[in-house]
Design a protein around this ligand. Structure first.
Ligand SMILES: [Mg+2]
Length: 371
């Protein structure tokens, strides 16, 4: 089935996000979710939807730059062209534009959505290598707050059914040992603890020391302890610590992944379409990591339900994601009062239900769209 693209539209949207318990990491505070929503329409009138989940500190993109890139730079190259597969359109985008992964991903996700909708199929049915999981457990981020506030948030999320807590760590002046100890004392052995330093430890020694101090509180994963452009340093930390390493900032692209595999720098790959510059790339990277003996978990830039739908599809459909062992960053329900999609993605028992229906199973709530 071919797609001839008739139009690509992007609009910027503010999604009100909770300020109480806002995610604060070593990179800063997630104050606002100002993203771009993308609608792709083909010559037959079929539509697909995507979200550019932009944060300048993360990928160098804002909603405005993404919108401009999409409408003024990429759309003129894609509109009127015919593709047999979203991968062809993504190759054209990658050939024309370096980086800007979240902008490209919004179009690529919309194309997957459109292709599946035209077939009356779910994207999951096009990619699954196992019986898709109907429910995915969520891992929820707790910002770098003092111990008392850290415990309050941990209690709130645990009461919502969340078993895997991801503590942001590495902010100077805050005692991570006291924070994790306080939560273990308050909640006992049940919650699974993971930490995410967002690259805060400047050397392998500093990272190893920080992890060793937290070992008494039973860590299941250590996420990106070292700076994003230092894959060799991450590999050294992995050799020197007993806790599995989850690579996040150090692997955005398929090329980064090859380097990380060569250096055996990680155990678990954090993956999601925006970071990878396309659903197509996420799919290939998940398969590549699995072939190298690694596994995957979904990471996040605090997507709304629109962005999450494609992430859930990957986690649900692919055996590279052992979701029973490693929960995924699918936490929109705990940070947004209102869903960005119709239907909303349902939160249940500390996780999310995989949307059913054609495409990724959701459409933007604010538009005149029908699922
Ligand atoms: Mg991370």
């Amino acid at each position: 089935m071919s797609i001839r693209i008739r139009s690509i539209e992007a609009r910027t949207v503010d999604h009100p996000v909770r300020s109480d318990g806002a995610i604060i990491s070593s990179l800063g505070r997630h104050e606002a979710s100002h993203y771009a929503t993308v609608v792709v329409t083909d010559a037959d009138g079929a539509t697909g939807f995507g979200e550019a989940t932009t944060a300048p500190v993360w990928s160098g993109e804002t909603a405005e730059t993404a919108r401009w890139i999409i409408e003024e730079f990429l759309a003129p190259k894609l509109v009127g062209a015919t593709f047999h597969d979203p991968a062809e359109a993504l190759a054209l985008m990658d050939g024309a534009l370096h980086a800007n992964g979240f902008a490209k991903a919004a179009i690529d996700v919309a194309l997957w959505d459109l292709v599946a909708r035209k077939r009356g199929a779910s994207v999951s049915s096009l990619i699954a290598d196992r019986e898709p999981r109907a429910w995915i457990p969520s891992r929820v981020s707790i910002g770098v707050y003092p111990p008392e506030e850290t415990v309050r948030l941990a209690r709130e999320f645990h009461a919502r059914g969340v078993r895997t807590l991801k503590f942001k760590t590495g902010k100077p002046g805050l005692d991570d040992v006291a924070r994790l100890r306080a939560v273990r004392e308050a909640l006992g052995p049940d919650p699974i603890f993971t930490i995410d330093a967002n690259g805060a430890y400047p050397t392998a020694d500093a990272a190893v020391r920080a992890v060793e101090e937290l070992l008494p509180f039973d860590l299941a994963l250590v996420e990106q302890p070292t700076p994003r452009d230092r894959i060799g340093m991450l590999a050294e930390v992995r050799r020197r610590t007993p806790v599995p390493i989850l690579v996040d900032e150090a692997v955005f692209t398929p090329g980064h992944l090859e380097q990380a595999i060569e250096q055996d720098a990680f155990d678990v790959l954090s993956i999601y379409p925006g970071k990878n510059g396309g659903f197509t790339h996420s799919l290939a990277m998940a398969r590549r990591a699995q072939a190298a003996g690694k596994c995957c978990a979904i990471g996040s830039n605090l997507e709304t339900d629109l962005g999450q739908a494609a992430m859930i599809c990957l986690a649900s459909s692919l055996s590279a994601f052992p979701t029973e062992k490693y929960a995924c960053d699918l936490m929109a329900a705990l940070f947004y009062d209102r869903s960005a999609t119709a239907p909303p993605i349902r939160w249940r028992d500390g996780g999310v239900e995989a949307p059913t229906g054609s495409g990724f199973g959701v459409v933007p709530a604010e538009g005149p769209y029908r699922d």
